[in-house]
Design a protein around this ligand. Structure first.
Ligand code: QAP
Ligand code: CO
Length: 168
């Protein structure tokens, strides 16, 4: 197992569109395990492969308090099931220290493959719906800060750039 480096906004590599996974094999399961270890260590509730600079359509998530419900989504797709939207205070391991309200469809149907390559479907509301939409955005090179005003996004960008300069 390994802790992987998480890319941070405004790193241009976070804008890469991920490619579909074509085979679910042991090498992919190793990557999945490393992503869980990285997410748990952070700690976070969701991580897309894009964030660790692997441009495959792969997401890991655990929304439980005691980290007992690991969920894997390979080639995830979602479809909106309602016109209702819900606001949620979102954060992101790639935008550390910043949380902002984002509005998204409240109910979605998710289709994906599990870690054995088997297709599954589920209907999501609440935090699960928010999180899967947030993570699918990563696979398309999109970040939650893209939903904010230019002013807010630029402020976050400047603060993170300054932090990164100090770390260098
Ligand atoms: C995405 O985010 C998400 O700023 C997952 O300093 C978040 O795991 C979906 C984290 C909220 C829906 C709602 C963020 C850790 C973790 C930080 C995360 C930080 C340390 C974020
Ligand atoms: Co994120």
């Amino acid at each position: 197992m390994a802790i992987l480096n998480i890319l941070e906004f405004p790193d241009p590599r976070l804008r890469t569109i991920a490619k579909p996974v074509d085979t679910v094999d042991d090498a992919l399961r190793q990557l999945i395990d490393d992503m869980f270890e990285t997410m748990y260590e952070a700690p976070g509730i969701g991580l897309a492969a894009t964030q660790i600079n692997v441009h495959k359509r792969l997401v890991v998530m655990d929304l439980s308090e005691d980290r007992s419900e690991p969920r894997v989504f390979i080639n995830p797709e979602f479809e909106t099931l309602t016109d209702e939207v819900e606001q949620y205070q979102e954060g992101c391991l790639s935008v550390p220290g910043f949380y902002e309200t984002v509005e998204r469809p409240q109910k979605v149907r998710i289709k994906a493959l599990d870690r054995d390559g088997q297709p599954f479907e589920l209907i999501a509301e609440g935090l699960l719906a928010v999180c899967i939409q947030h993570e699918c955005d990563h696979l398309n090179g999109k970040l939650f800060v893209d939903y904010l005003s230019t002013l807010k996004r630029d402020r976050i960008k400047k603060k993170l750039e300054k932090l990164h300069r100090q770390q260098a």
